[in-house]
Design a protein around this ligand. Structure first.
Ligand SMILES: NC(=O)c1ccc[n+]([C@@H]2O[C@H](COP(=O)([O-])OP(=O)(O)OC[C@H]3O[C@@H](n4cnc5c(N)ncnc54)[C@H](OP(=O)(O)O)[C@@H]3O)[C@@H](O)[C@H]2O)c1
Length: 303
């Protein structure tokens, strides 16, 4: 356990083989070069021995001096050496190239397999996160919104009726809620002469057999009303006092028409806590022939 750690080589087997081959090749060429130099010196020595020193002066073969045959023989051995180095014992010949190519191909194949498996893993992770995001978006798809008209003293109704008639406010209500679910308490529903066109009415009551016209949805709790509107991108809570009170803590947005007067009433909107709600839009509307009171359209978003 505490013994000396075996040093791990810094270069791999193939690199080592290449280095060894290169070293052998250098040695081979060095030897060939030495052979060549010795051959040249030897040849000169043979010539000098015969012509200057007179060694074997009278020895001839087929009319030529013996040293010529000796030099030719040596030249033959040198050429054979040369042939060996550059042709016969060439390390990096065709077979070597083929072997290296095979090694390279098998390494590339291995790398491709590794990449493939890492791609599969990444794909799974991406698919999982997409599914997660989609399910997150689905649950957060609906923007539950309160729409209300309230006086300066938060009065919203009296005797199960609205206290004022402001035509631009009604237009705004119609525009915003058009084609959406409108969630309301039973009393507010009963304050309408008939269901409003182009909207899906969701009426909350504790009564078991509450009778409504075709197309109107009846539920027994606010949670069930929200559930019944879950496919709507923006269901609206349209009142009255009891339902507003219960819904204020769970909605995402408030579309308020603030009527700049105080009224005697029996139904009120809860006060808006500005530490929770941020005003994001405010449009003032003055009195005129169609509007007996000043009012402002104010949008609040949950902080
Ligand atoms: N200014 C405005 O923007 C505005 C908007 C809407 C309404 N209003 C006014 O508000 C007044 C009506 O409001 P409101 O507070 O008297 O009545 P509401 O909120 O419209 O309805 C109350 C009824 O809803 C049902 N309900 C309430 N909470 C419930 C729960 N948790 N589970 C099951 N059912 C539940 C009960 O019906 P059951 O008794 O059948 O069980 C309850 O009596 C009217 O004057 C109307 O004109 C004003």
């Amino acid at each position: 356990m505490f013994g000396k750690k075996k040093p791990t080589p810094q270069i791999d087997k193939d690199q080592l083989e290449l280095i060894e081959n290169a070293q052998k090749r250098i040695k081979q060429k060095k030897r060939l070069y030495v052979h060549f130099v010795v051959f040249l010196i030897g040849a000169i020595f043979l010539i000098v021995a015969n012509t200057v020193l007179g060694i074997g002066e009278n020895v001839t073969f087929f009319g030529k001096e013996w040293f010529l045959y000796a030099i030719l023989l040596w030249l033959f051995f040198f050429l054979y050496h040369l042939f060996n180095v550059f042709i016969t014992h060439k390390f990096m010949g065709k077979a070597w190239e083929k072997q290296q190519l095979e090694k390279l191909v098998s390494k590339q194949k291995q790398r491709i397999e590794e990449l493939k498996s890492s791609f599969v893993k990444e794909e799974k992770i991406i698919a999982k996160s997409e599914v997660y995001n989609e399910s997150k978006n689905e649950t957060k798809k609906s923007k539950l919104t309160i729409i209300v008209a309230a006086a300066e003293n938060n009065a919203i109704g009296k005797g199960n009726q609205l206290i004022w008639h402001l035509s631009d406010d009604l237009k705004r209500f119609k525009n915003l809620t058009n084609e959406h679910h409108i969630i309301m308490g039973r009393k507010t529903f009963e304050s309408f002469p008939k269901p409003l066109p182009n909207r899906t009415h969701v009426v909350i009551t504790r009564q078991a057999n509450y009778k409504v016209p075709d197309g109107v949805i009846v539920v027994n709790s606010l949670e069930d009303a929200i559930d019944a509107s879950k496919n709507d991108s923006q269901p609206f809570i349209i009142g009255g006092g009891e339902i507003y009170k219960q819904a204020l803590t769970i909605v995402d947005k408030i579309e308020l028409t603030r009527v700049h007067e105080s009224f005697e009433a029996d139904t009120f909107f809860p006060s808006i806590d500005t530490s929770i709600w941020k005003e994001t839009a405010n449009t003032f509307h003055a009195k005129d022939d169609n509007h007996a009171f000043e009012f402002s359209f104010i949008t609040y978003q949950k902080k």
